[in-house]
Write a protein that binds this ligand. Sequence first.
Ligand SMILES: Cc1cc2nc3c(=O)[nH]c(=O)nc-3n(C[C@H](O)[C@H](O)[C@H](O)COP(=O)(O)O)c2cc1C
Ligand SMILES: C[S@@+](CC[C@H](N)C(=O)[O-])C[C@H]1O[C@@H](n2cnc3c(N)ncnc32)[C@H](O)[C@@H]1O
Length: 392
Amino acid sequence: MEYQSLSPSTMLNPTPVVLVSCAGAENPAAKNLLTVAWAGTVNSDPPMVSVSVRPSRYSHELIRSSGEFVVNLVDEALCEAADFCGVRSGRDVDKAAALGLTWRKAEGLELAPALEGAPVSLSCRVRNQLSLGSHDLFLGEVVAVSVRADLLDGDGSLHLERARLVAYSHGLYQSLGPVLGFFGYAVARPEALSRRMAALLGRGWEMKSARYQAADILRAVLRPGDRAVDATMGNGHDTALLCRLVGRAGQVFAFDVQESAVASTRERLRREGLLDRVRLFHAGHEHLREHVGEPVRAIVFNLGWLPGGDHAVTTRTETTLSAVRQALDLLEPGGVLVICVYPGHPEGKRERAALEQMLARLPARRFNVLSQSFPNAGDGAPVCHAVQRQAE
Ligand SMILES: Cc1cc2nc3c(=O)[nH]c(=O)nc-3n(C[C@H](O)[C@H](O)[C@H](O)COP(=O)(O)O)c2cc1C
Ligand SMILES: C[S@@+](CC[C@H](N)C(=O)[O-])C[C@H]1O[C@@H](n2cnc3c(N)ncnc32)[C@H](O)[C@@H]1O
């Protein structure tokens, strides 16, 4: 194999990426967050971690004066916030306020706060400070650890593999893939190996029904900064998913004919801090073109009626077809339209037949169409269609 020599650098990858929270001794109300990729585990008894911080950082001053910091692990939901906290200084902006993040009392510390929502927070007291050149290394003794309750089992065991932690590798934030093994699996007895792997991986691959299939497609298609449309807002589950996927720089447009749907979606998005990237329209999706002027990367239709709502207010074949036509015109090259159809009621049956006819006639040079159905699940089983506009 051939190798090339690069100039010496800190090429140790991946590293964790963490949000370090701190507060100064002089003004404890001024709490701050900075992003650190140079964090390490350095001792187990007493438990110690290190963070390397340039003296020019505002946080350096706070950690030095208080002698405390909190290492908050970063999951996918916090990834964009971590990037923001790594490119803006607390000298110029209250980062937590700008991101809608809130604080929690950090166990075992006087001044530095923990970050609400982080999967795990390590309260640290500074035991040593080493000047290494560009960075100062703060050696922290971990005096308390708090874990988000949903990561603990009934018997108190921690399942960090469920936390969707983020790794940082050569300038990129990356999610962790599936579990490959556990400590000692290379030498485990076959019975223990298969029992523990089954417990970790669950039932493995499953054939997912229409809405889950639709969500998987949206996750695969959408990227930060994209534009997307939810044509049937309902209780806002799909709108929230689109908002998370397109991130702060993205834009989502969502439609529903029911005022109550718009209100419950608005409330869900407010709770999740996602309202800044969405426009909610109390309007039918057949008016898509009037409200969305630019091409979008993904559009989702979840047809039928609002679960738990009035069954009389359901999507209708004619307006659905008109909206789907407009949606196809709005797709950017490579963009995807996803439609979930519920043929378990008479109008749903009409929608299924009309859509199948329409999709079968789309020109293959412009669109690829994929339909997922469960032929042995009865006539009313939901169907998922995906249409991708060909890249130019
Ligand atoms: C992914 C990432 C990792 C970073 N790692 C470190 C680090 O290990 N040490 C450091 O001093 N700065 C690091 N930074 C830069 C600081 O987080 C950044 O300068 C921040 O704005 C400092 O904020 P402050 O002035 O409010 O303390 C990193 C930034 C990013 C985006
Ligand atoms: C199955 S629900 C959508 C569920 C939703 N995606 C969610 O995540 O909760 C269908 C929704 O379509 C709405 N709807 C019915 N006709 C519509 C139309 N012409 N335009 C937009 N929405 C419509 C209904 O009010 C209902 O809320």
